[in-house]
Design a protein around this ligand. Structure first.
Ligand code: ZN
Length: 242
């Protein structure tokens, strides 16, 4: 099965459209959460996801906060301002969709969570040490995570239980090797100094993992954010991907 894996869309419909077009035909789409927060088009992103057949979409921390399932005081002031705007802007259909999302799921050989297997909504997996602690919290060979907006693959070697970290190279397909925790990066707000939208295509028969980046019209998104009076810092960061 050819699966599109994406995460952290963050109300950036223009980036989402670019990813869906670049991905081409897929048999399933796994979205690892944070559909809303930061960006200017939360309803439009939910609307687009609802049109996808065979979609699995998790609830991320921004989604949870927007629909009242997580307190806003766990966010920094700019993120909070943005979340309050999202709350005012979301329509009923989008609220129902975000409220109904699971926080984790298992699909065959793959566990899917937004943040980490140990804390599915809140923990940041940024280093090998924290990742190593998380390998005992899932039973499958692979776990896909989002949340940090940084594409990475953590691998545990069977014999030594050591965990190594690598940054995958965009545009190059690799074969996944058990056991791994894999982050496909962020569609709508990359933070690895590459402003292009990130996503991956997984072949579940061969375990071929093809991580990719695609350009989108950042300026158009920035104009929508300015019109919505969203925080300046969030508008600026899209340009350089930090
Ligand atoms: Zn996020």
């Amino acid at each position: 099965m050819r699966v599109l894996i994406l995460s952290d869309i963050h109300a950036n419909r223009i980036a989402l459209d670019a990813v869906l077009e670049a991905a081409g035909e897929v048999e399933a789409t796994w979205c690892l959460g944070d559909v809303v927060g930061y960006g200017p088009q939360p309803n439009e992103c939910v609307e687009r996801l609802l049109a996808i057949d065979e979609l699995i979409c998790l609830q991320g921390n921004h989604d949870a906060a927007t629909v009242g399932d997580l307190p806003l005081d766990s966010f920094n002031p700019d993120a909070r301002t943005s979340l309050e705007w999202q709350q005012k802007t979301l329509d009923d259909e989008a609220i129902d969709f975000l409220k109904d999302r699971p926080r984790s799921t298992v699909q065959g050989n793959y566990t899917l969570v937004h943040a980490s297997p140990r804390h599915p909504v809140l923990e940041y997996l940024l280093d090998a040490y924290t990742a190593a602690e998380n390998f005992e919290y899932f039973d499958t060979e692979y776990c896909f995570v989002g949340h940090t907006h940084i594409p990475v693959i953590f691998k545990m070697t069977d014999s030594t239980k050591r965990v190594s970290l690598r940054s995958p190279e965009a545009g190059t397909a690799i074969e996944l090797q058990p056991r791994q925790i894999i982050n496909p990066g962020s569609v709508g707000q990359p933070r690895d100094r590459d402003p292009r939208a990130a996503f991956a295509i997984l072949d579940t028969e061969t375990n071929e993992y093809h991580y990719q980046r695609v350009e989108y019209d950042v300026k158009a998104v920035q104009r929508l954010m300015e019109a919505a009076k969203l925080p300046k810092r969030h508008i600026e960061r899209l340009e350089t991907g930090w």
